[in-house]
Design a protein around this ligand. Structure first.
Ligand code: FE2
Length: 189
């Protein structure tokens, strides 16, 4: 599986994976707490991301699979923002750790009202390089994310509690309309 990505798992990423694996049965709270610390360690050095997983697309943000657990218990990906790019409002359905390797991103959480519409939940959160945030159905799972910069690339390293590219998820319009969504990966056919 790793060979199909076109690069070997970088040693710093392997160290992160080796630290995460023993936590996977410990429950979401422990995974998020300890996994966030491990991810911050990984983000402390910007010398390991393969160049082929750091390339922006002129039109859309891109997600590259970096590692997929053989049993699909988790996946690690690079999230590459071109200048000014953003996601639609979306959910994840599983726990996720969102870390910044380069640049910065801004995330706006949403909450669903009794009438089904979505409203912003709190102020936008800005993540700078080295910072980690968590998402999950328990923590808050609906948000929209932007590259904080309109003149440069930003890159996140994301970890999810599933093979996230294959998970059935949703994108939303502000009136609460929902469309099925599977994110896939830019480097996997
Ligand atoms: Fe997200």
């Amino acid at each position: 599986m790793v060979q199909a990505l076109g690069f070997d798992t970088p040693p710093r990423l392997r160290h992160f994976i080796d630290g995460l694996e023993p936590l996977l049965d410990a429950g979401e709270q422990r995974i998020v707490e300890r996994g966030s610390a491990l991810l911050r360690e990984l983000l402390a050095h910007d010398d390991w991301l393969p160049q082929s997983a750091a390339l922006p697309d002129p039109r859309h943000y891109r997600q590259y699979l970096l590692y997929r657990d053989p049993a699909a218990r988790f996946s690690v990906l690079s999230f590459v923002w071109g200048p000014g790019q953003s996601t639609p409002i979306h959910d994840h359905t599983v726990w996720g750790l969102v870390g910044l390797l380069r640049g910065a991103e801004v995330s706006q959480d949403y909450v669903r009202g009794a009438d089904g519409t979505l409203a912003p939940d709190g102020p936008p959160l800005r993540l700078e390089a080295g910072a980690v945030a968590a998402v999950s159905p328990a923590l808050g799972d609906i948000h929209q994310v932007f590259n904080a910069y309109d003149d440069r690339i930003s890159i996140g390293i994301h970890v999810y509690g599933a093979d996230i590219g294959a998970v059935d998820r949703s994108i939303f319009s502000a009136d609460g309309g929902r469309k099925p969504f599977r994110s896939g990966y830019a480097n996997i056919g």
